[in-house]
Ligand binder design. Structure first.
Ligand code: DLL
Length: 454
């Protein structure tokens, strides 16, 4: 504890304006870049030996690439290792990538994947312990302490959101409300009765809760100060909207089941990118077409290697998330590399009439024009030609019985979308609340073309 306090003090005298910054594991979160690299090299070498000895698929892949564990002497050699993909995980389902006997595993979690076979990740007790540390770091970075009431509305069960943040909240010592998703009335009642100060859920559910709290006239009765929102893409516009409606600071958190769950990276008070927990995960950005490793600052596909995982270690796992890494010094005092929000998916990008369309571009247009984040993008193919329709709710203030007023609004949005995307997108304004709400990840895109089946 003493060493933690000393580290905080050093950081604070260096950077006076981050006077409120607190850390869960300061010796690690604020370690020198050289120290972090040393940990990474040491752990990588051990992990490579571990997977070579215990996971036949890795040995086969390394042998095919002409490698033995002796070829990997540190982080600089990481790029020699072959990649692993979601397809590999599906092919290895369920036990093919286990590096520990099943008797040492205590939990599984699984992806929310709606297509294909699910991905199942295994954890030893030690894996869970480290994962919860990562979530605890995120909660403390959002201002959490044992004085807080942490309300976890991510789904519990196979989805990693609920269990991960729940464990992190316990570690910090917050009073933890394991709400899971759903039953909005009960969520709001607990929030007001028990004085929730930190809310953890998807950004789309946070936006819905904010809307519901305001509608019920309960805005003055909530004591929220921070939100930890992730698991799906959300824009800066959406962040500002939620922050304003709830009177909180909204922090992004990133993760994926394959690598552990939430807490692979998290935002600090700077809110300028998420610090990757580099003592557990080595991050690389590659050109998704060639596999070449890109320098920091360049946009590409994020790849992770889990160097401390016991049960289910993934070596150079291709996430399909597109982002940029930055090693610029962060004024929060943390030294771990930062990643931008995912800027798209290498595989969810829509190609409409031959044009690349990211759903986040559409969301930016809608939010800039004052629409709520309740929308759906419907892509179809009619007479061999692609169509795209954006259905978006009007706010109660916009809502009008006048057809000409609604039509003028639709035209305005069509023009703004054309300017952003370069293609015509039909716009249909719908009544407030007409779009089905999600309690987990929002379903933003309905692609009726089914181009990726089979
Ligand atoms: O969504 C883990 C998680 C739970 C993260 C709670 C944050 C909070 P999966 O269901 O396996 O795991 O989905 C992983 O979701 O590859 C990204 O494409 C996307 N994703 C996760 N966090 C973010 C975020 C959880 N903050 C996939 N922003 C990832 C944008 C995100 N996309």
């Amino acid at each position: 504890m003493k060493s933690q306090q000393r580290m905080v003090f050093i950081t604070l005298t260096e950077r006076k304006h981050s006077i409120m910054e607190r850390y869960y594991q300061p010796e690690i979160e604020c370690a020198s870049p050289e120290q972090i690299r040393e940990w990474q090299s040491e752990r990588l070498v051990k992990q490579v030996r571990n997977v070579w000895d215990n996971v036949p698929l890795y040995r086969e892949r390394m042998e095919a690439a002409g490698l033995t564990p002796d070829d990997i002497k540190g982080v600089d050699d990481l790029k020699k290792l072959p990649f692993i993909t979601k397809d590999d995980l599906r092919d290895a389902y369920p036990y093919g990538l286990l590096a520990r006997p099943l008797s040492e595993c205590v939990r599984i979690q699984s992806t929310s994947g709606t297509t294909g076979r699910r991905v199942v990740a295994f954890y030893t007790q030690h894996d869970i312990d480290l994962w919860e540390d990562c979530c605890a770091r995120a909660i403390v970075a959002a201002g959490g302490s044992k004085e807080d009431v942490c309300h976890v509305s991510y789904g519990y069960g196979l989805f990693t959101g609920g269990p991960g943040l729940n464990g992190g909240s316990h570690k910090v010592g917050c009073l933890t409300l394991p709400m899971s998703s759903g039953n909005t009335d009960r969520q709001i009642q607990f929030m007001t009765d028990l004085g929730t100060t930190i809310l953890c859920c998807t950004p789309s559910y946070a936006a819905y809760l904010a809307e519901s709290i305001i509608e019920r006239g309960l805005r003055d009765q909530i004591r929220l100060k921070a939100g930890i929102f992730g698991a799906e893409a959300w824009t800066e516009e959406m962040r500002h909207d939620i922050e304003e409606k709830l009177g909180i600071k909204a922090f992004d958190i990133y993760g994926l089941t394959e690598i552990s769950g939430p807490g692979v990276s998290f935002e600090c008070s700077e809110q300028k990118g998420m610090h990757v927990n580099e003592d557990h995960f080595i991050a690389e950005v590659i050109n998704p077409k060639t596999g070449e490793v890109l320098p920091d600052g360049e946009k590409g596909e994020l790849v992770f290697t889990s160097i401390t995982k016991e049960a289910f270690p993934l070596m150079r796992y291709r996430t399909r998330d597109i982002c940029i890494l930055s090693r610029e010094k962060c004024s929060c005092g943390r030294t771990h590399v930062r990643m931008t929000k995912p800027l798209g998916r290498a595989d969810d990008m829509l190609i409409v009439k031959g044009v690349n369309v990211f759903p986040s571009q559409i969301e930016t247009v809608l939010m800039n024009k004052g629409y709520p984040a309740n929308y759906q993008i419907i892509v179809d193919r009619v007479n061999n030609s692609d169509t795209i329709e954006v259905q978006v709710e009007m706010t109660p203030e916009m809502f009008s019985d006048s057809l000409s007023e609604v039509s003028a609004r639709e035209k305005e949005l069509i023009a703004a979308l054309k300017a952003m995307l370069g293609i015509f997108a039909k716009v249909k304004l719908v009544n407030p609340k007409a779009i089905t709400r999600s309690e987990g990840k929002a379903v933003r895109v309905i692609d009726k073309r089914n181009l990726y089946q089979g």
